[in-house]
Design a protein around this ligand. Structure first.
Ligand code: PAF
Length: 284
C-alpha cells in the first residue's frame, strides 16, 4: 500500500518540511501544477523521482494567469483524486495553498519576461505569462528545489521559465519533459475534459497536421507556405479557428522559415470555447 502524500497549505510549513530534507543532504525536486492531474503530470512526477530524493508537487489554480472571460471559475478542481494519484506515484509532499496564502492583501509584485512572453499564446492571452512567471518565481523561492520540471506541451511557458531562471539567477535546474499523448495522438491536457464527444473526435487532427507539416518542412518546404496551409487543414478538419501555427527557433522562439537550427512547430486552435495547444520538435 502506498503512503499517503502529506498536504501542506502554508508557506511556513512547506519551508519547514523542505528545510528538514535539505539539512539531511537530500535533493528536492518541484513539480508545479494546477491540479486535475493526468498521465502527463504523472510523467513529470516519475522523472522528478529519478532526479531527486524528495519530490514536492504543488497544486494551485493561479488566478493571475487567467484573463477575464477565461476558464478560471470552471477549471477542474479535484484535490482528493489528485492527492490519491500523487500518493500512488510516491510523491513526498503536496503544497496546495489558498489564494490568500499566495497573494495576501497588498500583493503588488509582478515578474515579466519580455519578448518571449509576447506572440504565440501571449498574443491571445495578454498577461498570461506574467501570471505564470510571477507564480513560478514564488514557488521556486518557497521550495528552493534543485530541480523543477515542466511539460513540453506548454512549450512557450517552458521557454519563458528557462529565461526567467537564467535572468534572475534562480539556483534551480529547469527540466522539460516530453508530451504524453492519447493513442490517437491528442496531447494530454486538463482542458481536454471540456471537449464534447464530437469535438474530441476532431481534436487528434491537431497532432496529425503538425506531424505532416513537420515532415514537409524536413523535406525542405518553406514555413511561410506550409504553415498557413496547415492552419487551413485544421479548419477543414473541424476546428473553429486557429490562433497560430508557426515555426519558431527552439530556444529564442524567433520566427524561422526553415529548419536550420533546433526548432519547434507550435499550434493553438479552438474547438468551440476550448483552446488546445500542441507542438513538435524539428532538428536540422
Ligand atoms: O503549467 C501549469 O500548470 C501552470 O501554468 C503552472 C506552471 C503550474 C503555473 O501556474
Amino acid at each position: 500500500m502506498s503512503h499517503e502524500v502529506d498536504i501542506v497549505r502554508a508557506v511556513a510549513d512547506l519551508r519547514n518540511r523542505v528545510r528538514y530534507w535539505r539539512d539531511q543532504g537530500l535533493g528536492v525536486a518541484l513539480v508545479p501544477t494546477m491540479g486535475a492531474l493526468h498521465q502527463g503530470h504523472m510523467s513529470l512526477i516519475s522523472h522528478a523521482l529519478e532526479v531527486a530524493d524528495r519530490v514536492v508537487a504543488s497544486i494551485f489554480v493561479n488566478p493571475i494567469q487567467f484573463g477575464p472571460g477565461e476558464d478560471f471559475a470552471r477549471y477542474p478542481r479535484q484535490e482528493a483524486e489528485d492527492a490519491a494519484q500523487l500518493s500512488k506515484a510516491g510523491c513526498h509532499l503536496l503544497f496546495a495553498p489558498q489564494v490568500a496564502e499566495m497573494y495576501p492583501d497588498g500583493f503588488s509584485t509582478q515578474v515579466r519576461v519580455t519578448g518571449l512572453s509576447e506572440g504565440l499564446c501571449g498574443a491571445a492571452r495578454p498577461g498570461h505569462f506574467d501570471g505564470v512567471s510571477t507564480v513560478v518565481s514564488k514557488l521556486l523561492l518557497q521550495v528552493q528545489p534543485s530541480v523543477a520540471l515542466f511539460g513540453e506541451k506548454d512549450y512557450q511557458q517552458l521557454a519563458v521559465i528557462r529565461r526567467m531562471v537564467r535572468d534572475l539567477d534562480i539556483p534551480v535546474s529547469v527540466r522539460g519533459v516530453e508530451i504524453v499523448r492519447e493513442e490517437d495522438g491528442l496531447a494530454l491536457s486538463s482542458r481536454n475534459a471540456y471537449l464534447t464527444a464530437e469535438q474530441r473526435a476532431i481534436a487528434p487532427a491537431l497532432y496529425r497536421v503538425l506531424c505532416a507539416t513537420a515532415e514537409a518542412l524536413a523535406a525542405g518546404g518553406a514555413a511561410s507556405d506550409l504553415c498557413p496551409a496547415a492552419a487551413q487543414s485544421l479548419v477543414a478538419a473541424g476546428f473553429d479557428s486557429v490562433d497560430y501555427l508557426e515555426l519558431r527557433e527552439a530556444d529564442t522562439l524567433a520566427p524561422v522559415e526553415s529548419v536550420v537550427r533546433p526548432s519547434r512547430l507550435l499550434v493553438a486552435a479552438r474547438l468551440g470555447t476550448t483552446r488546445l495547444i500542441d507542438n513538435v520538435a524539428l532538428t536540422p
